[in-house]
Design a protein around this ligand. Structure first.
Ligand code: DI6
Ligand code: FE
Length: 405
């Protein structure tokens, strides 16, 4: 059966360096041929190879087309919110002080434990819909607000079900080592033992694609993080790390020694950390939403990462405490204004490099063989993705070769 679709009359931003040297990989009067969930040909419409005509043709009306967006770092599944804590912070109480007083992550843990699986599903599905409306076709979701075997399993099941139910790919990350739950007060090493045991069980249930930890003075030490990573290695699960967000713990170098897919945040990253990430091929995931919302002043070392050739991704870090935003396009804009990324770097950061931060090489560019995940925008040039904010220029989303909207 002929299952091929021709998507014609588009201006393609392929992000394929083979198309042009400037990085955007623009093709005017372009077209894409898809077969089921894959792209089989990309090029100028008048250069389409002869052969069997496609079963279906879709006119994209001259729209700009980019790869589907990838949000590679979110904490999407949780109960409640923390607007009151936001007020406290505006009155001068620091994020660390709130966390140390038992608020912060722990207050979301209490709300998450109290929520039913259905309630968690409803709120997370609404958030996913907001991201998807802006062209997100692949989404990472971390656990880390359950902090017990049952509650972590519930959150990961909700994340899995989102990917099975909605037209979006979901990658799950087990972040048991996010914070110390109250029942383990004063016993962080015992808690790490428990996290390693739960990992085995959750992995057995098929709920984990990667493992993460919060390596920080208000989180877990490098030695504790290392134990989590050793357990992940036992199950051949890739790792990533919340590293160097509030202080330099040497987390990035530790993660790199486990071939981490990514190190995320990185405001306090050192030169040694950068060298280790480069050697390991780890992606630097930049989270300008958290920087903005915490009113941080210390920038991640963007120029040094750029010079070292470490790929940079950009993500929402959506969570109720430090980044309650649900717009990946706004993050691209803030990556430019706050972190001084170029628009091209920001767009690569929410596509090809974000995919790489999830270990996915089959998406993020418009190239034959890749997933047929792409977005038609009401824009002329892809640099506008990092320019407009508070506007959603998304016209159509195609996921696995199927037009979603
Ligand atoms: N770093 C963050 O920015 C989030 N988690 C983490 O490890 C914040 C989580 C929260 O405050 O609820
Ligand atoms: Fe995070």
């Amino acid at each position: 059966m002929n299952t091929r679709t021709l998507w014609r009359n588009a201006r393609l931003a392929t992000l394929d360096p083979a198309v042009d040297a400037d990085g955007w990989g623009l093709i005017e009067h372009g077209a894409l041929l898809t077969d089921g969930p894959h792209i089989v040909w990309v090029g100028r419409e008048d250069e389409r190879p002869a052969g069997e005509p496609p079963a279906r043709t879709v006119d994209l009306g001259g729209a700009l087309v980019t790869p589907g967006l990838v949000d590679c770092h979110t904490h999407l599944v949780y109960g409640g919110h923390r607007a009151a804590e936001f007020e406290q912070r505006l009155n001068g109480v620091s994020y660390e002080a709130i966390a140390r007083a038992g608020g912060g992550i722990r207050s979301t843990v209490a709300a998450t434990r109290a929520a039913s699986e259905e309630a968690l599903w409803d709120s997370a599905a609404q958030r996913a819909a907001a991201l998807m409306a802006e062209g997100v076709t692949t989404l990472e979701i971390k656990s880390g607000y359950g902090l017990s075997l049952d509650a972590e399993a519930r959150c990961l099941r909700v994340a899995r079900r989102l990917g099975q139910t909605l037209p979006v790919d979901v990658r799950t990350t087990f972040l048991g080592a996010h914070a110390l739950p109250p029942e383990f007060e004063g016993r962080p090493d015992d808690y790490i033992d428990a996290v390693c045991d739960w990992m085995a069980e959750l992995h057995r249930q098929g709920l984990i694609d990667a493992v993460d930890a919060f390596c920080e003075n208000i989180g877990f030490s490098p030695a504790q993080t290392q134990r989590v990573f050793e357990a992940a290695r036992r199950w051949q699960l890739p790792v990533k790390l919340h590293a160097e967000q509030l202080s330099d713990q040497g987390g990035a170098a530790l993660a790199a020694s486990f071939n981490a897919l990514s190190c995320d945040h990185l405001e306090h990253l050192s030169a040694d950390g950068i060298a280790a990430m480069r050697a390991a091929g780890s992606v630097a995931v930049l989270l300008p939403g958290a920087y903005y919302f915490l009113r941080e002043t210390r920038l991640p070392p963007i120029e040094a990462l750029r010079q070292a050739g470490v790929p940079m991704a950009v993500s929402t870090d959506h969570n109720p405490g430090t980044s309650p935003g649900l717009s990946l396009l706004l993050m691209a804009s803030m990556a430019c204004t706050l972190f001084r990324l170029t628009p091209l770097e920001a767009v690569q950061g929410i596509t090809v490099h974000a995919a790489q931060a999830l270990g996915l090489r089959d998406r993020g560019q418009l190239i034959a063989g890749q997933r047929a995940d792409f977005v038609a925008w009401d824009l002329q040039h892809p640099n506008e993705l990092a320019y407009w904010f508070g506007r959603n220029p998304c016209r159509h989303v195609i996921h696995h070769g199927v037009q979603r909207s």
